[in-house]
Design a protein around this ligand. Structure first.
Ligand SMILES: Cc1ncc(COP(=O)(O)O)c(C=O)c1O
Length: 364
């Protein structure tokens, strides 16, 4: 952004902090005064509150969304030689997690909603498939009825990547409520910590117990590791911050949806996001598709408007995933056209309208 002052950033947190300052400061200070920093009351209460929010029986917090995926795959018994099916246009950690447990990632192209193309999913399932990871990308829930049906038919489990979809629902149920759900609390997420964090939701008590041991060296309360484990804990300060913010999450998601409606109504000449039937989009990102995307981004930058591309390089084109062969034409084409416009609950209507005016002026 060199040379230009960005007045309307793609994302920013200072406005939110100033509106919650007293409550957040008090929450952090009370943790410091308590002298308990790992797996204390705040973590336990946050897990209860987040499980309730999602509508799942259990929540196990961990150190990041990536760890949520890795631990979920491990707890599901995924290992060397097993195949895990996911989508070609996701954030790299979805696929990194598969590599982290020595499994083989198998990709499926996306549909016109930027989610895994369920019409192509069945072809990707083989006898070696253990897990399907649907990614509710940008906050849009995947077509879970069809994915659940296919998973049942082939006897594979589902681990939902809900990292971008806190507050999104499918047929009235929150994402992550029906299967294993993996959430990220990276600061920019719909529910973000002041550092890294993540959580897994599940309705299976034994699975939750296994996850709790996996996040703490394979131990259960004693210095006796029963099996291989990690150190992957959400800390008390992040849990205390998340508890303050969780109370606002529904309101923030509604505001994101209001902003999306305002964009949809006022943008011209670009493809705006569409909501899938049965799904409630949580608009972690507001992603348009436009011809001349790079020139549009440059134009907006000159006008003081920040944008980003999620994501500029499809998974199979990234060096870390060079073992993945095949072509994923829609994901490849999207990578040249998509642009994330400013989206965060504190954006004002006036700012949204200004972004629309600048996009429309460029397109004309
Ligand atoms: C779709 C998706 N999956 C997984 C992750 C990983 O989350 P974290 O950054 O908390 O490890 C992210 C975060 O960037 C994400 O967007």
């Amino acid at each position: 952004m060199q040379g230009y002052v960005i007045m309307i950033p793609q994302f920013e947190l200072r406005r939110q902090y100033s509106s919650l300052k007293k409550e957040l400061d008090d929450a952090v200070l009370s943790v410091m005064e308590s002298g308990v920093f790992c797996l204390g009351d705040n973590v336990a209460k946050f897990e209860e509150e987040f499980a309730r929010f999602v509508g799942a029986k259990h929540c196990v917090s961990v150190a990041s969304g990536t760890d949520a995926l890795i631990l979920s795959l491990r707890a599901s018994g995924v290992g060397s030689g097993d195949e895990v099916v996911t989508v070609a246009n996701t954030a790299s950690p979805t696929v990194m997690a598969v590599l982290a447990v020595s499994a083989v990632p198998v990709l499926v192209d996306c549909d016109e909603f930027y989610n895994i193309d369920v019409k192509k999913l069945e072809n990707a399932i083989t006898k070696k498939t253990k897990i399907i990871i649907p990614v509710h990308l940008y906050g849009q829930p995947c077509d879970m009825d069809r994915i659940n049906t296919l998973a049942k038919k082939h006897g594979v489990k589902i681990v939902e990547d809900c990292a971008q979809a806190h507050g999104a629902t499918y047929k009235g149920k929150h994402v992550g409520a029906a299967n294993t759900g993996c959430f990220s609390f990276y600061p920019t997420k719909n529910l973000g910590a002041y550092g890294d964090g993540g959580a897994i939701t599940t309705n299976d008590a034994a699975f939750a117990e296994k996850l709790k041991m996996l996040r703490a060296y394979g131990q259960k309360g004693t210095y006796d590791s029963k099996f291989f484990g990690y150190n992957s804990r959400l800390d008390e300060m992040q849990a205390a911050i998340l508890r303050v913010k969780l109370k606002r999450l529904n309101g923030w998601v509604e505001r994101r949806r209001e902003i999306a409606r305002l964009y949809n109504k006022n943008l011209q000449g670009v493809d705006v996001p569409r909501e899938k039937e049965g799904g409630k989009h949580a608009y972690h990102l507001y992603v348009i598709a436009a011809k001349g995307r790079d020139a549009l981004a440059e134009h907006l930058k000159k006008k003081g408007i920040g944008t980003k591309v999620h994501y500029p390089v499809p998974i199979h084109r990234q060096g870390a995933f060079s073992m993945i062969k095949g072509s994923y034409p829609r994901s490849e084409e999207n990578a040249t056209k998509i642009l994330s416009l400013p989206m965060f609950p504190e954006l004002t209507d006036e700012e949204v309208l200004r972004v629309c005016r600048e996009v429309n002026a460029f397109v004309k």
